[in-house]
Design a protein around this ligand. Structure first.
Ligand code: GLY
Length: 431
């Protein structure tokens, strides 16, 4: 069959790589893709809903899989389904679980799913009054999409007021900051939990540990993610069941009953696991409608089941007939980003702040073949050479019998790769 993957980041490269493993896929396209994806798929320069639809119709694509949240939130699934094209993902209305943090928090609270204490605001003055009154550290979150950077973690009232100003008045995330969700900052261990859903039946995947902060020891600003690993040490079978019973089933059922929309596609629960009276309890920090980046890069390589079979089961409502098989070995993903560098306008702080692009990338051919390399922000320079085009540039995914082994391999192999200003955290997988 002919498959189209929509996306251009590291997660989307990994999704394309996973489809390329399937004996059922005869031709694989990625739109728009990036320079690194050329090894697994044909990249097509289609961008935006109309161009993707035209391409899928012209090429008679049998199955489309959407990587990022933006096309889903803009209604790509509604558009494709109207034309009888098979596509994996939630409709625009179902995507609301990600495109409105405020809506989802209220829904979760209403149906009794554990969330941190929170309030939503569309008035910055009322938001400021609230953070002055609560007496605990908060996280200020833009309501809408913000490329994974919309949550500002604050330690003091001053920081929270500054976050409100930046999001609601300076509009650093545009209209996504018209409303904010302000929640109590919880302390514990983050866990990214993913499921395949067909509207009624839900299959949990294995979980991953993500590292969101820019610098070692979880310092610095939130990023899209600086690294990840799987299996997650806290995700036992019992804990999976607890998360399904306390979070996932009530959410899928509650959303269907409230909105009369069966949720189909990937469901991603960003959880904080909090130790309370000798027990570990999950609290939902956010819900997303897609695979995580860089969680996909450590989860999909562990999935032994054919992703085409899973995708068809999601579309046809037959997930109950699928049993997922997982490789028990560890995978660790280490991301290299564009760091601090002097640019045309002085010093750039580097990702997730301003960064320079167009730097040649060398050494990838020396990376041991036991590792996977997925590209996020790469393109072709004037002479066809590989250059940086983004903040997150590429990642190395290693495999080991233990976390320590996977960690050692990823760091050893990353030393072989070079580009000017390259930076990565030194503590991914350091337990
Ligand atoms: N790694 C976090 C995310 O994909 O949103």
């Amino acid at each position: 069959m002919k498959v189209l993957v929509i996306g251009s980041g590291g997660r989307d490269h990994c999704i394309a790589w996973k489809f390329a493993q399937s004996p059922r896929v005869k031709k694989l396209f990625v739109a728009p893709g990036n320079a690194g994806m050329e090894d697994v798929a044909e990249c097509v320069p289609a961008r935006g809903l109309e161009e993707w639809l035209d391409f899928a119709k012209k090429e008679k694509i049998d199955l489309t899989f959407v990587g990022p949240e933006n096309p889903l939130s803009s209604g790509i699934v509604d558009l494709f389904e109207k034309e009888d094209l098979r596509i994996v993902g939630p409709t625009r209305d179902a995507s609301r679980l990600e495109w409105s943090k405020c809506y989802t928090k209220e829904l979760l609270r209403d149906i009794g799913v554990p969330v941190p204490e929170f309030e939503n605001f569309d008035d910055p003055d009322k938001a400021r009054d609230y953070v002055r009154s609560v007496g605990y550290p908060v996280v200020v979150k833009a309501d809408g999409l913000a490329a994974g950077k919309g949550s500002l973690v604050c330690s003091t009232v001053e920081e929270a007021e500054e976050a409100i100003h930046k999001i609601m008045e300076k509009k650093i995330f545009g209209d996504s900051g018209n409303r904010v969700d302000i929640e109590k900052r919880l302390y514990g261990r983050e866990l990214s939990f993913f499921c395949f859903c067909d509207g009624y039946h839900v299959l949990p995947m294995v979980a991953a540990q993500d590292y969101k902060r820019a610098y070692d020891n979880d310092e610095g600003l939130n990023t899209g993610g600086m690294g990840s690993y799987s299996p997650h040490p806290w995700l036992t079978e019992e804990m999976t069941q607890k998360i399904m019973d306390v979070v996932i089933y009530p959410l899928i059922r509650g959303f269907r009953e409230k909105e009369e929309i069966p949720y189909k596609g990937i469901l991603y629960a960003g959880l904080m696991m909090v130790e309370e009276e000798g027990e570990i309890n999950p609290y939902v920090l956010e819900i997303n409608i897609r695979m995580g980046d860089p969680e996909a890069q450590v989860i999909l390589p562990r999935l032994k089941t054919d992703i085409v079979d899973v995708s068809e089961a999601i579309i046809e409502g037959k997930l109950s007939e699928i049993e997922l098989e997982w490789d028990p070995d560890y995978r660790l993903c280490l991301i290299a980003v564009s760091g601090r560098m002097r640019g045309k306008k002085g010093w750039y702080k580097g990702y997730p702040g301003r960064y320079k692009i167009g730097e040649p990338i060398t050494g990838l051919e020396n990376v041991n073949k036991s590792c996977l390399v997925f590209h996020s922000g790469t393109g072709r320079g004037p002479n066809g050479s590989l250059v940086t085009t983004g903040g997150r540039v590429l990642c190395i995914v290693s495999r080991g019998k233990t976390l320590a082994e996977a960690r050692e391999i990823a760091y050893r192999e990353m030393e072989k790769v070079h580009f000017k200003g390259m930076r990565y955290r030194s503590d991914i997988g350091k337990e």
